[in-house]
Design a protein around this ligand. Sequence first.
Ligand code: 3H9
Length: 714
Amino acid sequence: MTPPQDHKKEPVQLLNHGSIAVIFIDNPPVNALSHAVRQGIVSCLKAAETDNNVDAIVVSCSGRTFIAGADISEFGQPALEPHLPDVLAQLDECSKPIIAALFGTVLGGGFEVALSCHYRVALTNTNLGLPEVTLGLIPGAGGTQLLPRLAGVEIALQMITSGKAETAKKLFEHGVIDLLVEQGPINPGETLLQQAIVFAQNIAKKGEKIRRVSEISIHNNEHHSELFDQWRKKLAKKARGQNAPQCCINSIENAVLLPFNEGKKREREFFITCRDSSQSVAMRHAFFAERRAAKLPAAYDKTQNVTLLPIKQVAIVGAGTMGGGIAMCFANAGLSVILLEMSEDNLTRGLLAIRKRFEQALNRGLIDHVQLEQRMSLIVGTCNYEDLSEVDLVVEAAFETMAVKRQIFATLDQVCKLEAILASNTSYLDINEIAQSTARSHKVLGMHFFAPANIMKLLEVVCADDTDEQTLKTVMALGKKLGKISVAVGVCYGFVGNRMYSCYGREANMLLLEGASPDHIDTAMKNWGMAMGPLAVTDMSGIDIAYKARQENPALKQDPLYFRAADLMVEAGRLGQKTGAGFYRYDSDARTPQVDERVLAVFSNEAKILGVVQRGDITEKEIQNRLVFALINEGARILAEGIATKASDIDAIWLNGYGFPRHLGGPMCYADEIGIDTVVEGIKLYQQQGNGLYWHTAQLLEQLIVSGEKLSQQ
Ligand code: 3H9
């Protein structure tokens, strides 16, 4: 919305439009309900209510959105009055009609402000939601009491427990929005604010009794108690280990069972318990970690106002699973893609696989037929490098072999225009070495996508020694356009994510030789909170992939125990799901892992050969600690080496690329939660137990114990 002419730099102002007063909020970037905004609303409301010339009040905002929620950065600090629920009670109880003028992303406390007003006018494309659950919270200013009163219990359960937003158009159908306003030429010259003022004038003219959402009653019936039980069960499974979703259900149930003020009081109690819980601290850390990732450290950000290179057409080398997924990513963002393969057969197969994956999205209702065809039309295949001469960016997604990569990059360097950026999707290999096969090493970097590339949110942007700032910043901005969480990392074997993952996987492999079964290890990690166990994950992605990468790195071959269990599977032709067997067997249902006693015999036999003592006393706790402490220790090393420049980047990587439980905040945040001293004690214990080769405490952890600082804040 454009600020009015008489706009001054106050977070909240009262503006008069005849008999209509406008409470106008201007708190960039998203009009969050900071302390100053809450104070401003209260004083403007009081002035408008006591002004005899005012008949009705409109609440409106400046900038790109109506209020997008409470100010999350204030949650860790002492709460200052007026508290949001008290501010909203004053809106609800106001003797003059209040109309909210909604646009942009009306979220959390912002939606609660709207629900506490008496009427809601919204631009059709407004998104409204209560995303508190994604921060380990419940709506704490009336959302769980007001939304079911206005939209019904089922819509409230769906929206509040998922945290997902709905469009104003849909909520209009459910009675949440009173007037939809089309943007643009349909109402030439009329802004949302003008429409809201006209609406307010009409309401004032009619002089009807004010319609307060708090006064709507919900009829309690048997259907409701069954419904709440079903949702409790469903969420116990879906949001395993999380407290906030259950609190949301309980609080919505209170809206049915209790008078409004009592329900709101209980909601506040739930909110405070959730807000002060370690789960919410972790999820708020995750929120800021993902946003901080976009901010480059000083070393990568020396020049202000770098002109970004325009990226309109890209090429992908390799139409396999990864290359196909990356092509889909770009097409989803409206960019045209040339897909290069070595043979017509491979190309046809790759394009068909892409179509099939778009069709899956169609069947799940994520895209429609028109979008499917539009996206397919953006992807053009070729077997000829010359066709890549005009592209702005190439992403290579070919075999994980240095010789192959060097050859591809040398060819790309010959055929592509000089300004083109050349990126590799390698998961492990040295980007510096790849860059040296070109005469434009300043334009070479890594774009490490995660499978399935069209779905996973993470993009590691690997900055090599020569990569220049313009190239890095262009690719970081491109990542955002693709809807990714882009994290800039440095070059080392496996970068941040896979280097840490190999420590995690290494311990899982050691435990297999020591006598733990694949199922025992996977169950322990799932119980701890991971989306999948490490061995089921390896079976899914193919055990041979990391095997090949290990073969490329001679430094890893010195320890005969290192990933020996995985190597044994590959040597036996058990490559995972794709061969019907890996750490598990896959019978009729190719995706459901079945315990296979035969692999236990293979491991126990190998343990004897290698002199590893098998133990029957391995507990879930030992499995969890060994895998997670290995992650934390390596993360601390990566940080000290500058491969990751902030601890929160490591957390953003693990949350978005490896299924790390969000309510634990990422490995660095989790280390603070359980205490760095606990982690170091564990590491020392494992060192004494005979795993000395790998268990050396990262110096940074020792330093933090002395300084008392937090790992996640580094
Ligand atoms: C709540 O409301 C609780 C109540 O029920 C009860 C209270 C008693 N606070 O994401 P972007 C910053 S809980 C503080 O890059 P976009 C963000 O850090 C809250 N800061 O932009 C970033 O800062 P910087 C419920 C916030 O266009 C900048 O704004 N609400 C907040 O991609 C731009 O953010 C939510 O959970 C905030 N609430 O997306 C909504 N929101 O530039 C959370 C944003 O320094 N916000 N910032 O890095 C969002 O989902 C997205 O930011 C939004 C814009 C969709 C609004």
